[in-house]
Design a binder for this molecule. Structure first.
Ligand code: PGA
Length: 249
């Protein structure tokens, strides 16, 4: 059985005061909660880890460099992230791809750096509205999976998140059929490359405007194993019902 995961991406939001949401969330978690992850901004990794200690909530990072150390002002490396106690890192989020010009090859190199530090890479893919409207979504997904996932993906070192760019932070979500189509395609594509056993065990997340009122429907898709949640992960009162919907799915 593959693991269900509810991952929250705080993006560039939050200060130490926001960490009270972690305690609030812990109190709201159902007894049968799936894996829960919060990815705060880098300065909060250590205090977030301290707050989450002893709870079911894990802490992860939002990006890492390809190198372990060196003259890369402003960047953080995978071993540094691991040193905070984090065990996950988001890689290739569309905001990194678009605003920092990250290419598939950069993302694959970052995933390998994450693995080398013992981290699980949450590798993000997803199409723009233009690609969706031109009918080329699955071609792009195939290209991103081929280019962004290194050889050597396993059920423990990799999670893949499908996040249509046009659904991120917009309140728009694909239809359930569109989500099913892409997630089924991802599972088949992973099976062709890594074998059915690995592909069946890799957790696949949907991300993009997941909210308390749409989560349950999204989680009915057989190949959706969880969510990568932006805005709604900032408040325990919004994230908790999404986690409960995943637990019930
Ligand atoms: P959103 O962000 O939930 O605010 O749409 C999702 C994401 O970017 O991971």
């Amino acid at each position: 059985m593959r693991r269900k995961l509810a991952a929250g991406n705080w993006k560039m939001n939050g200060t130490r005061a926001t960490l009270s949401e972690i305690e609030a969330l812990q109190k709201l978690l159902p007894a049968d909660a799936p894996d829960v992850l919060i990815c705060p901004p880098a300065p909060l990794l250590i205090p977030a880890q301290q707050r989450a200690h002893g709870t079911k909530i894990a802490i992860g990072a939002q990006d890492c460099h390809t190198a372990a150390s060196g003259a890369f002002t402003g960047d953080i490396s995978a071993p540094m992230i691991a040193d905070t106690g984090a065990r996950h890192v988001i890689i290739g989020h569309s905001e990194r791809r678009t605003l920092h010009a990250e290419q598939n090859a950069d993302i694959a190199a970052k995933a390998e750096a994450a693995w080398a530090a013992g981290l699980t890479a949450i590798i993000c893919i997803g199409e723009s509205l233009e690609t969706r409207e031109s009918g080329k979504t699955l071609d792009l997904i195939a290209e991103q999976l081929a280019g962004s996932l290194p050889d050597g993906c396993t059920t423990t070192n990799t999670v893949v998140a499908y996040e249509p760019i046009w659904a991120i932070g917009t309140g728009k979500i694909p239809t359930l059929d569109q989500i099913i189509e892409v997630h089924d395609f991802m599972r088949e594509t992973l099976a062709a490359r890594f074998g059915a056993t690995v592909a069946d065990g890799i957790t696949l997340l949907y991300g993009g405007s997941v909210k308390p009122d749409n989560a349950a429907q999204i989680f009915t898709a057989q190949n959706v194993d969880g969510a990568l949640v932006g805005g709604a992960s900032l408040k325990a009162d919004d994230f908790a019902p999404i986690i409960a919907a995943l637990a019930a799915s």
